[in-house]
Design a protein around this ligand. Structure first.
Ligand SMILES: Cc1cc2nc3c(=O)[nH]c(=O)nc-3n(C[C@H](O)[C@H](O)[C@H](O)COP(=O)(O)OP(=O)(O)OC[C@H]3O[C@@H](n4cnc5c(N)ncnc54)[C@H](O)[C@@H]3O)c2cc1C
Length: 405
């Protein structure tokens, strides 16, 4: 039997979150955050009070134990409210990578970062990408070697979301580093995941980028120079970090799709309100088929993406709770969501901006914030578009068709 309804609990959660967003995150405030380049701490505190931070962590670890469908509801509502995408980024990085860290970490790490992050007193992010590239994870140059009961990390991570927030709030990153030589036939093996606290001696934030969008959350880089962390900060098994990284990407990508759905819905709402009012040639421009047909196409495609996103989140829940779908089956679906969502949302922003004419191009109008924010997911945050295509094609054709092998 197919049942597309949300549970009563999920509907209530959506309603409560929507009300909070309407009251606390009106577009004028989002513009202010975007201008100032900061998410006010009180917003983070309120999100913690609402149980939104690392919401996917199980209740016994201090989270709300939200399933992935519920997390996508949160993503959609936050994306609808903060079209600049900064608050959704802060939220989704924690909900996806915090989930992975919590799932595989020791109690020591849980106490050090997961519990404080849930309370809004720390940040937990992903430090995967390096200056040499982000797509080819197996080629990363960062290393970790064992020294007694410690690991010593060296390397550089670049284009990392939330470096300033991690410095200010405390907390740190899931990082991946090479721990064994790469087997020539399987270079992704021999890498290990770690929790890297940003206040560990030898960690130095050496870059803050002047991004084009999502201005209220920072993107930066950091060096790891002989950073010594205890073995208790290792996440998962030695040499198996690649798989945890892929799990984290999957979790982030499904939430990104939900955020894009919400942000694109907002663009359509703003656009529809305008085209019903704005007159040209003696009638509202929404009467012209040239505009109506684009609106209808955008709405239809967005509904298709929304269904795909929630169906995939449902599969993700089945995977985690019942082992019903294999991780690779779910990965393919998630890749499809991440492949489509940012580009569709970007197109919808572009269309809505054009409907709004010259006004749409100004900073008096919120749409340009959305266009800039969504673009970060088109260029590659949490995985480039072509990488999603590679994941899908690998599952359709078989591993022997992986193009880079
Ligand atoms: C705003 C922003 C925030 C980010 N935040 C984080 C973060 O918090 N943590 C983090 O670890 N990273 C973060 N990233 C980095 C992101 O993960 C990388 O941008 C992404 O993985 C791609 O890596 P790259 O930019 O080095 O591009 P590259 O890997 O150098 O790829 C460049 C281009 O080549 C294409 N390409 C690569 N390989 C192939 C192939 N085999 N076939 C066809 N095309 C290919 C890619 O699709 C891409 O278009 C962020 C990026 C942005 C833009």
């Amino acid at each position: 039997m197919v049942d597309f309804s949300f549970t009563e609990e999920q509907e209530l959660f959506r309603k409560a979150l929507r009300e909070w967003c309407e009251k606390n995150l009106p577009l004028e405030k989002i513009r202010e955050f975007d201008r100032k380049g900061e998410i006010p701490h009180e917003v983070i505190e309120q999100m913690a009070d609402l149980g939104l931070l690392v919401m996917t962590a199980p209740q016994e670890h201090g989270g709300t134990g939200a399933d992935w469908v519920t997390a996508c509801i949160a993503g959609e509502e936050l994306g609808y409210a903060d079209v600049s995408i900064a608050i959704p980024v802060f939220w989704l990085v924690e909900s996806s990578w915090g989930f992975v860290v919590d799932r595989y970490c020791t109690e020591e790490v849980r106490q050090a970062v997961i519990h404080p992050a849930i309370k809004g007193e720390a940040f937990i992010g992903i430090g995967s990408t390096e200056s040499g590239g982000g797509s080819d994870v197996a080629a990363f140059k960062s290393t970790a070697h064992r020294d007694g009961n410690d690991w010593v990390l060296n390397g550089e991570k670049m284009y990392i979301s939330g470096t300033e927030e991690a410095k200010k709030l405390g907390g740190g990153y899931f990082v991946i580093a090479r721990t064994s030589p790469a087997p020539p036939d399987a270079p992704h093996r021999g890498m290990t995941g770690f929790y890297l606290p940003m206040n560990a001696p030898g960690v130095e934030i050496n870059k803050r980028f002047d991004d084009m969008g999502r201005m209220a959350i920072s993107t930066g880089g950091f060096m790891m120079k002989n950073v010594r962390i205890p073995d208790a900060y290792r996440i998962g098994e030695v040499d198996k970090g690649f798989y945890l990284t892929m799990e984290g990407f999957d979790n982030a990508r499904i939430l990104i799709a939900a955020v894009c759905v919400g942000a694109a819905r907002r663009a359509l709402d703003i656009g529809m309100e305008y085209i019903k009012e704005r007159k040209a040639f003696g009638r509202p421009i929404g009467k012209f088929e040239g505009i109506q047909f684009e609106l209808a196409d955008d709405w239809a495609q967005l509904e298709a993406l929304r269904s795909l996103t929630y169906r995939t989140a449902w599969m993700q829940d089945k995977r985690y709770k019942e082992g019903k779908f294999s991780p690779l089956e779910v990965s393919r679906m998630i890749a499809a969501c991440k492949l489509i969502a940012p580009h569709l949302a970007f197109d919808i922003y572009k269309h809505a901006m054009i409907w709004l004419g010259a006004y749409g191009y100004t900073k008096e109008c919120p749409l340009e914030m959305g266009l800039r924010g969504i673009m970060s997911y088109c260029v590659g945050a949490e995985g480039a578009t072509n990488i999603q295509r590679i994941v899908i094609a690998r599952e359709l054709l078989g591993k022997e068709y992986i193009p880079y092998k």
